[in-house]
Design a protein around this ligand. Structure first.
Ligand SMILES: [Zn+2]
Length: 342
């Protein structure tokens, strides 16, 4: 499958022709039969829209390289870095947006370029420090830290967070969950439906960017607008720090689930609450809490992040419903969730 005018390809089936529909293959690496089999496998492992996105992303990069007399595969990391920086500074064509391409779109481009390299047995440029630094820089430049937002609104939100219970059973369970909902929702400007559909593995702590939040629903969107949202650290306002809010709630949830290797249930959650109380300063900078929070995603990646609570503090297994208030539904849960075998 060809996408635009080029010299005729060698008469054989290359993986890149099937997966990416391009000429990203410097040489045949294996026999035709193996190529076709692997190509079918690679193609089947990807959703049709993901495949289409990779194809158009790769075609864009190839055109860009051709116009500059550069080799697209293997791509020089500097060329990819320039390519990204150039796109990142293009202004939006529609009103209401400042930039034409979101950091998430640019990250997807890199994934497409990597994929085009991968299928022909080349190392992709995406892992190169130069490319990573450019992507990270774009994300940081685009993310507006809470410190820079309207101060009145900031104070209001901070006051609400400060009023939330952070110690004592069962109030602290609701307090930490609601703090995570409020701070993450406010900083990330998420819709309620986006927040409640988050799974444990959708939120990752990033050393420079803060939180990376994956919005799975946006994955089908061709533009992949906002597929990954960065929630920056709020260094000077710990109460409004989204990474702090997430780490505390995830650690509590991990304690409840026993994902941290602890007893689970109320004793496990209490242990997490004590660790939170013992931390002075940013919770997101506490190695112990960060480790426990990460254990949740590792042990149950598909588990819902935000869940209903019972009056006695028991944490439900299902996702919080979109229409539930910040205090959760009134109806009692049938059973609190416990990991099997305990
Ligand atoms: Zn923090």
């Amino acid at each position: 499958m060809r996408w635009y005018g080029q010299a005729a390809p060698a008469p054989q089936t290359a993986m890149s022709d099937i997966v990416l529909g391009t000429s990203a293959r410097p040489a045949a690496r294996s026999s035709e039969g193996t190529n076709a089999a692997v190509a079918a496998f690679v193609g089947a492992s990807m959703a049709a829209n993901t495949l289409a996105a990779y194809r158009s992303d790769w075609a864009r990069f190839e055109r860009w390289c051709q116009a500059r007399g550069l080799v697209a595969a293997p791509a020089a990391p500097t060329a990819v870095a320039v390519y990204l920086a150039e796109a990142a500074t293009q202004p939006a064509m529609s009103a209401g947006r400042q930039w034409r391409y979101s950091p998430a779109t640019l990250a997807r481009w890199v994934a497409g370029i990597d994929k085009a390299h991968e299928v022909v047995g080349l190392a992709g440029p995406g892992a190169h420090p130069e490319v990573r630094a450019v992507l990270s820089g774009i994300r940081r430049a685009r993310a507006t830290p809470p410190e820079r937002r309207a101060p009145l609104l900031l104070d209001d939100v901070e006051r609400v967070v400060a009023g939330m219970p952070m110690a004592g059973w069962p109030a602290a369970v609701a307090g930490w969950r609601d703090r995570a909902l409020l701070v993450m929702g406010w900083v990330g400007a998420f819709r309620r439906s986006e927040l409640v559909s988050l799974m444990a593995d959708d939120v990752r702590l990033h050393a420079e960017d803060g939180l990376h939040v994956l919005l799975r629903r946006s994955k089908t969107d061709q533009e992949a607008e906002g597929a990954v949202r960065a929630l920056p650290y709020a260094r000077r306002r710990p109460l409004l720090c989204a990474p702090c809010a997430f780490v505390a709630w995830a650690a509590l949830l991990a304690g409840w689930e026993g994902a941290d290797g602890g007893p689970g249930g109320r004793p496990g959650a209490m242990k997490a609450l004590r660790a939170i109380a013992a931390c002075h300063g940013h919770l997101c900078a506490d190695p112990g809490l960060v480790r426990v929070a990460g254990a949740l995603a590792a042990s149950a990646p598909g588990a819902p992040l935000f869940r209903p609570l019972r009056q006695d503090g028991a944490i439900g297994a299902a996702a919080l419903t979109g229409d539930a208030g910040p205090r959760g539904p009134r109806a009692p849960l049938p059973r609190a969730s416990r990991s099997p075998g305990r």
